[in-house]
Design a protein around this ligand. Structure first.
Ligand code: NAI
Length: 399
């Protein structure tokens, strides 16, 4: 089977970059599914005008024609797709999956770019309800690009591209096919994981983003900053914050080890944070002696500031409602916590971080370190989808 028909779902930064990068592939039938009316209308009008779409990469501007891109708000478009790629935040996966599921044919790959944690439980559940066992699920560990829309439906800038991106599929025997096809189509260095549990537990965003918000910004939430004084995000990691990140990572590694000791499954992709940093940013890090120094001297993180919101008088405050918490906790850290609980692994640091930051968000996920909070239903913990024991999780991801 070849990938000849791709539907991209989403109209944000990542979707702009993905479609523009695929636009030059003449053998590809490319569709853009935009469930949000305003986004659909913007793309429709841009296409009608016939202005070329611009993609800016390393300061060079390339123009691509929108003629071959079919733009629609009709979910039926996925019916012909060999691959559907959802380039949307994790909180939108359910909405899009529920809209498209009835039209998916057996053998279509539905990929989340990126998947974050727990995508496999949610997607398996939605597919099962519609009796779509022949549909293949897949996920990328991260978006391969840092990218920003310059002008909606007209121009996107790629600010940087990751050296290597991990991805996998379920059933696992489709992983290499998926990886090879997309490496070729996108010209990226993509590597297969063994299974989707590695994506879930190995999601480093769940450690880094809530960990830094907790470790470096807990005492700065009330501070007001002038624009030029907004603190750097990654370079705010001091020794104590680095210790928090290491402790969260260790608790996830303990969970990996407990699962590997008790089940026949490999979770090689779930690595300590230091190892992940060195593997991802080896060329960018100046001082590799400690995790703290790695954050301080990583060129790829240079200049990136903490998310802020305006607070009147031209001043800014740290914005706790950013994706660093609203995505990386309910679709990240809480999922790993839930798996750790099923594995009987203690997670005191994860519990403390989740409890503190969910308070900032006005959410309750944990009570006394247990999964008893009233807002758990909105998270992607496996228990929400009927996976109440590790053996059912291992059975799912080992298919
Ligand atoms: P974005 O905010 O630009 O795009 C979000 C898009 O998702 C919207 O434009 C819309 O098309 C869709 N969407 C939102 N809510 C929806 C809903 N309720 N139903 C259906 N569709 C909905 O996001 P972006 O930047 O494209 O990021 C996508 C993912 O990639 C996120 O998980 C983000 O954290 C991640 N990411 C993005 C990076 C970047 O440089 N843009 C870098 C690393 C990760």
């Amino acid at each position: 089977m070849n990938i000849e028909d791709i539907t991209i779902c989403g109209g944000g930064n990542g979707a702009h970059a993905l479609w523009a990068l695929l636009a030059s592939k003449e053998d590809l039938n490319l569709n853009l599914y935009l469930p949000l009316e305003e986004e659909f209308q913007s793309f429709r009008k841009a296409k009608e005008k016939g202005v070329p779409f611009e993609i800016v990469y390393e300061k060079d501007t390339h123009r691509v024609s929108m003629d071959r891109l079919a733009v629609t708000k009709n979910p039926k478009v996925v019916g012909s797709a060999d691959m559907v790629i959802m380039v949307i935040p994790a909180f939108a996966h359910r909405n899009v999956l529920e809209k498209i599921v009835s039209y998916l044919k057996s053998g279509t790959i539905v990929a989340a770019l990126p998947s974050r944690s727990g995508f496999e439980f949610q997607a398996a559940n939605i597919l099962k309800e519609k009796d779509k066992s022949g549909v293949i699920i897949a996920g990328f560990q991260t978006l391969p690009w840092a990218c920003r829309i310059r002008k909606y439906a007209q121009s996107v800038e790629i600010l940087g591209q990751k050296d290597r991106v991990y991805l996998t599929a379920l059933p696992g025997n489709y992983s290499d096919f998926f990886t090879n096809n997309l490496s070729q189509l996108l010209g990226l260095n993509l590597t297969s994981y063994n299974n989707m549990l590695e994506l879930t537990l190995g999601n480093q965003g769940q450690i880094i983003h809530p960990g830094i918000m907790y470790g470096a910004f807990s005492d700065k939430l009330e501070e007001l900053y002038r624009k030029k004084d907004i603190p750097l995000f990654y370079q705010s990691v001091d020794r104590e914050a680095a210790e928090i990140l290491e402790a969260i990572s260790r608790e996830i590694i303990n969970t990996r080890e407990s699962i590997e000791d008790n089940f026949d499954i490999k979770l090689d992709g779930v690595v300590p944070i230091e190892q992940w940093m060195l593997g991802s940013y080896s060329k960018d890090i100046g001082d590799k002696s400690t995790l703290y120094k790695m954050f301080q001297t990583n060129r790829a993180y240079k200049g990136l500031k903490v998310p802020v919101k305006q607070s009147g008088d031209g001043l800014y405050k740290v914005d706790v409602n950013s994706r660093y918490l609203t995505e990386d906790v309910p679709y990240g850290l809480i999922v790993s916590k839930a798996i750790a609980e099923l594995a009987g692994v203690n997670t005191p640091t994860i519990d403390e971080v989740i409890t503190t930051v969910s308070n900032w968000l006005g959410k309750q996920y944990l009570i006394d370190g247990k999964l008893r909070g009233e807002d758990l239903a909105e998270t992607r913990i496996p228990q929400n989808f009927g996976f109440n024991h590790l053996n059912t999780i291992i059975k799912l991801v080992s298919k």
